[in-house]
Ligand binder design. Structure first.
Ligand code: ACO
Length: 332
């Protein structure tokens, strides 16, 4: 099969993680859980939590973006499009992207949010690729920022222990002919499964009211077992399709960077994708599930650690509420 020529590439990554570390033992002091239960089922040891008076989604995202822009050597005014993914907007109007735009000074950009839950970075990167490849601009900023601690139900031990806060960002630009960049993109969603993971109350259908506050339906609800099954099935399929589209096989992949929700989901996905665990990046132990921020934070760490080098073939894959899922193959 003819190998695709990349039109768009990632110029640089950045990340922001709150300083405040909350361990499983810390959580066990306030709820009926234990480090043993959480670690054995999820692989999570600790997560970062931005306190209520700490940075919100726009400010965390802006911090990650500043680092990415500095590394890419670009000025805020050069950004043509700013795409921000979050499940935790700072406020319902305007978009968190516009707030981040103002913080960053990206005055020449079109800025908007996308809501694709944990798949948001991959959706955003794919949207940026299309916009730039169509000739609408030269530089995109893709930001994923999540303050999950603000939407989980801290009275529900089955969900609250899984999540954490953080942000990642990528500067994306037209490829310069060096044959590096995005090789493929496979995105899908299935709204029929929306009830498996959602926040039923507090939106337009059930606006915020005393009843919504009382039944706590404005917070995250999840059917963990069903999510688990669908996550593995969807991510394995997406990996296969993204590889085929790129004209690559699993053996060509130097590093798989999957969404970090649960080590067992990661291991099962890698197994079905035919990629050994020593080629899989894992940081779920340190950060928990930061929704769409997990993939860019993991990518950034992997680059910093030298696990991704110029010429590396990287496969990114994610899955989340919606349901949404997707995978992309990249040549770094
Ligand atoms: N501490 C101690 N006990 C707990 C906890 C906890 N934090 N949470 C649940 N339990 C108890 C349950 O009450 C249950 O007790 P019971 O048997 O007396 O009723 C027992 O542990 C087992 O509960 P299960 O739900 O059966 O546990 P399971 O082995 O299925 O693991 C888990 C639960 C970890 C949530 C798993 O289903 C999972 O990882 N699912 C995927 C979730 C996920 O990753 N979601 C995000 C992906 S999509 C996205 O990122 C947005």
């Amino acid at each position: 099969m003819k190998k695709p020529t990349p039109l768009v590439e990632i110029a640089a990554m950045g990340r922001y993680l709150p300083d405040n570390i909350v361990t499983n033992d810390d959580l066990a002091q306030g709820m009926d859980t234990s480090d043993e239960w959480i670690f054995s089922r999820t692989g999570i040891r600790e997560r970062r939590i931005s306190p209520p008076e700490g940075l919100g989604a726009a400010a965390m995202g802006a911090a990650a973006a500043r680092q990415a822009m500095q590394r890419a050597g670009i000025e805020p005014g050069e950004v043509d499009i700013l795409i921000l993914s979050t499940a935790t907007p700072d406020r319902w109007l305007p978009s968190t992207a516009c707030d981040a735009q103002a913080l960053l000074g990206c005055t020449n950009a079109v800025a908007f949010d996308i809501m694709a839950a944990c798949s948001g970075f991959i959706y955003g990167l794919s949207m940026a690729e299309g916009y730039l490849a169509a000739g609408r601009g030269e530089i995109a900023l893709v930001i994923s920022t999540e303050k999950m601690s603000s939407i989980v139900d801290w009275e529900d031990r089955t969900t609250s222990v899984l999540f954490g806060d953080g942000a990642g960002a990528a500067v994306v630009r037209l490829a310069n002919g060096a044959n590096r960049g995005i090789l493929s993109s496979h995105l899908r969603s299935d709204g029929n499964l929306a009830d498996l993971l959602n926040r039923p109350g507090g939106g337009a259908q059930h606006p915020m009211s005393q009843a919504v506050l009382d039944d706590r339906s404005y917070l995250v609800r999840m059917n963990g077992r069903e999510i688990f099954k669908n996550a593995v099935r969807s991510m394995a399929d997406a990996c296969e399709r993204a590889l085929a589209q790129a004209g690559l096989t699993a053996d060509d992949i130097d590093l798989l960077v999957p969404h970090q929700a649960n080590i067992r989901i990661i291991e099962a996905t890698a197994k079905y994708a035919g990629i050994p665990m020593d080629k899989v990046y894992v940081n779920v132990d340190r950060y928990g599930n930061m929704s769409s921020a997990t993939v860019p934070v993991a990518l950034d760490e992997a680059v910093e650690q030298g696990l991704i080098r110029p010429g590396s073939h990287v496969l990114i894959v994610a899955f989340g509420a919606g349901l949404t899922w997707g995978a992309m193959a990249l040549r770094w």
